[in-house]
Design a protein around this ligand. Structure first.
Ligand code: 3PG
Length: 311
């Protein structure tokens, strides 16, 4: 007879798992909504530097109001905290703008297929910049990840170099952001939610001058009027939705990063992309060839092998 060793999980561990499960489900659901509204906006208003700025501004405003009305308790921070946060904010700004620029140029599904290789970037950064080494199985898992992404990219019907590079830059930037965020939160009194709030505010300050320099109020005003004429007043709601949902999904993701390792975080993030890829293909009627889908599947499978190898 099959003998199974069942360990009764103590209540604390079970409730912790339950909490993380709820965080993950909420994070993914909010992210799907963000991705849909973000693309609806970009389709008629192709100014990703402004939409990125608006999402950070909305999040910052939501948190300032929450602190002022005591819905959330404001964190106690010192100059040292903001100094350490600065490089994280630079990485967050670059990662966010690069992903949004990418999504302005290519299908949402394509950006997320490339972004599903984020764990591979995590290995490369940890190996070459932090000097960490990994078991052979981890290095081997890079082949399906990189090969699968390459196959998906070369068979992508609406391939665009800026779209591709944006997603790649975002991968690199977010690996740094996650590693340094986790270090910044460790042993500090600032919670995941407040850490992300401060991150949004600092990123916003960094982004504003660049957004003005790259796009600027003149093209925004003209583009805004065109979009309003095309879509009607609903356009404003789309912009509001993409901005609010951007903040909410990131806030929940940081509430989970506070409790888990950057590795578990990036695996959760890759699984999130499966729901984004599938739902955006359905909603935007994205044409997909079988070989294209095969590449994506191999890449995502590679990420799972990676996570197994790393454990
Ligand atoms: C962004 O705009 O920051 C990206 O869409 C987010 O990418 P993520 O799915 O890695 O959070």
């Amino acid at each position: 007879p099959l003998k199974v060793n069942i360990e009764l999980p103590d209540q604390q561990a079970a409730s912790q798992r339950f909490k993380i499960g709820i965080y993950f489900a909420t994070w993914w659901a909010l992210n799907v909504v963000f991705n849909i509204y973000n693309k609806k906006v970009l389709n008629v208003f192709p100014y990703p530097w402004l939409t990125s700025t608006l999402s950070l501004a909305t999040g910052s405003l939501m948190m300032l109001i929450s602190w002022a009305t005591r819905i959330a308790e404001a964190p106690k921070t010192d100059l040292d905290f903001w100094k350490t946060l600065f490089p994280v904010a630079v990485a967050h700004t670059i990662g966010h703008v690069a992903a949004t620029v990418s999504m302005a140029k290519v299908a949402v599904s394509f950006t997320h297929i490339i972004k599903s290789s984020e764990p591979a970037f995590s290995v490369l950064v940890s190996r070459f910049l932090l000097g960490e080494s990994f078991p052979l199985s981890v290095y081997l898992s890079l082949f399906p990840i990189i090969g699968g992404c390459a196959l998906a990219a070369i068979t992508e019907l609406n391939f665009n170099m800026i779209g591709f590079m944006g997603a790649m830059i975002s991968n690199l930037a977010f690996v740094f952001r996650n590693i340094f965020s986790k270090k910044g939160m460790k042993g500090k009194s600032v919670s995941g939610m407040n850490y992300y709030a401060c991150l949004s505010m600092l990123s916003l300050l960094i982004l504003i001058p660049f957004a003005i320099a790259v796009e600027g109020p003149k093209v925004w005003a003209a583009g805004w009027n065109t979009a309003l004429a095309q879509i009607g007043p609903n356009f404003v709601w789309w912009v509001a939705a993409q901005s609010i949902f951007y903040h909410l999904y990131n806030q929940v993701s940081y509430m989970s990063l506070d409790q888990i390792s950057p590795l578990t975080f990036s695996i959760g993030n890759t699984m999130k992309r499966i729901s984004v890829i599938v739902s955006s293909i359905i909603i935007f009627h994205t044409p997909v060839q079988p070989v294209n889908a095969l590449g994506a599947a191999i890449a995502i499978l590679g990420t799972f092998l990676y996570s197994q190898g790393k454990h």
